[in-house]
Design a protein around this ligand. Structure first.
Ligand SMILES: Cc1cc2nc3c(=O)[nH]c(=O)nc-3n(C[C@H](O)[C@H](O)[C@H](O)COP(=O)(O)OP(=O)(O)OC[C@H]3O[C@@H](n4cnc5c(N)ncnc54)[C@H](O)[C@@H]3O)c2cc1C
Length: 398
């Protein structure tokens, strides 16, 4: 039953990939998601399966060993995976953003060095802008890279909220550098920091202290990252030139927003599926609850929201695939998909009555997971700021 979340105009290759992922989700993810999430267990077997399916290299060009697929294919794959278990989409998300940053902004040498091993999942990416004192306000980054006499850099500071902070071996790290520019945005640089997987001191001057305990989004780890005089060569600056980090990261965040929209779509889709099924099983006052108009209307509204979010997400992905800037469309898709996912999952929870509050029912997990959609890759307030400011420029009074 897949009337919802259909996408028109897909190629045969895209349809085949999605079919394979859907089977994988139904057979390998959904049956184990509850148990792994409740025990906060890293889904190693699932990750191995995704490697085999080629998901880690989905958007990496064929010349580097990937499948060379579009952002749209990626987003639809993410939607399918999040329908099974949102945390699993988190395992590939930061990896995908780092690969994107390398493809768009990396030097030829950096692409050759990392992309082939990222395509197989041997090198795994994490993406680090946030710090204990900042998330939305990226200009306030205080972790600093100081240039040494020999041209290398020394990085000191504290980063926060690294998804895949322990399992990753390559971190795209946004720091402050002294470029003498007036604009704070031009005094920021992205470094490619190599480290070992795991906790503790994972490279010289790079410590991953431990997992942050979260309300949901379990299984995949989120960590801090402490840098104390980490020595790094100038050849590890993304693109080879300092002072471009902020703009590179904002480009990464733009595709990241489509990705979070896709995750929210997957969660809403699953919320709907669970709600519509339960509504046909549970009886009150002599009939199944789906026959009470209030519940029927809820189902109709949920499905409509699922469709609106899916179509906005698909449109944003398609626009990005044409190479156009699409901060407004990505922001709108992210905001609508996350807010609607939150509402759809809550409606499904209400349909479940008391059982929705029991850990035996999947909707309980979705209720906790969906909250992260409202935060990751920029809150709805931040999306509104981006959308509103851009529209004021375009609709400026003459
Ligand atoms: C589980 C998890 C995983 C994450 N993974 C990563 C990761 O991999 N890499 C990474 O770099 N970061 C990551 N983050 C950080 C995430 O991007 C930030 O939490 C998010 O951007 C919000 O920032 P903040 O938490 O500092 O909130 P704040 O910026 O402090 O915002 C607090 C509140 O104020 C509002 N607000 C702030 N500024 C404005 C404004 N100008 N106008 C109106 N309202 C405003 C916000 O909308 C929010 O409601 C993760 C976070 C979580 C919870």
């Amino acid at each position: 039953m897949t009337r919802l979340c259909q996408t028109e105009g897909l190629s045969e290759d895209q349809s085949e990939i999605l079919k394979a992922v859907r089977v994988f989700v139904d057979e390998q993810i959904i049956p184990v998601a509850q148990e792994l999430e409740h025990s906060d267990t890293y889904p190693q077997e699932i990750v191995d399966g995704l490697k085999e399916l080629g998901v880690f290299g989905l958007t990496i060009p064929e010349e580097f060993g990937g499948l060379g697929e579009s952002l749209l294919t990626y987003a639809l794959v993410v939607e399918e995976i999040a329908r099974g278990w949102m945390s699993v989409s988190g395992v590939i998300n930061t990896h995908f953003i780092v690969a994107y940053l390398l493809m768009q902004h990396g030097t030829e040498e950096q692409k050759q060095k990392y992309l082939p091993r990222m395509a197989t999942g041997e090198v795994r990416g994490a993406f680090s802008m946030s710090e204990p004192g900042l998330g939305s306000d990226v200009s306030a980054v205080s972790t600093k890279a100081t240039k040494q006499d020999d041209g290398s850099y020394s990085i000191t500071g504290q980063k926060m909220w690294l998804t895949n902070g322990a399992s990753s071996t390559l971190v795209a790290l946004l720091v402050k550098t002294d470029e003498g520019a007036e604009s704070v945005y031009k005094n920021m640089t992205t470094f490619l920091v190599e480290k070992e997987a795991g906790f503790g001191e994972t490279a010289q001057g790079v410590t991953v202290p431990g997992k942050i305990d979260k309300m949901g989004y379990k299984g995949v780890e989120t960590t801090e990252l402490i840098l104390e005089g980490h020595q790094i060569g100038a050849d590890q600056i993304l693109g080879g030139e300092p002072g471009k980090g902020f703009f590179q990261m904002m480009d990464g965040v733009e595709v990241g927003r489509v990705n979070v929209a896709a995750r929210a779509c997957g969660l809403a889709w699953r919320g709907f599926e669970l709600g519509v099924a339960y509504a046909q099983q549970r009886k009150t006052f002599g009939k199944v609850i789906a026959e009470h108009q209030a519940v029927l209307f809820r189902i109709a509204e949920m499905a409509t929201k699922v469709e609106v979010a899916h179509n906005m997400m698909v449109r944003a992905a398609r626009l990005k695939d044409t190479g156009r800037r699409m901060d407004v469309e990505a922001g709108m898709a992210k905001m609508v998909a996350s807010e609607y996912a939150n509402e759809v999952v809550e409606d499904s929870f209400r349909i479940h009555g008391g059982y929705g509050y029991s850990k035996e029912y999947e909707i309980e997990r979705l209720m906790r997971e969906v909250k992260f959609m409202l935060i990751g890759e920029g809150t709805s307030d931040i999306q509104k700021m981006i959308i509103g400011r851009q529209l004021l420029k375009e609709y400026k009074l003459k």
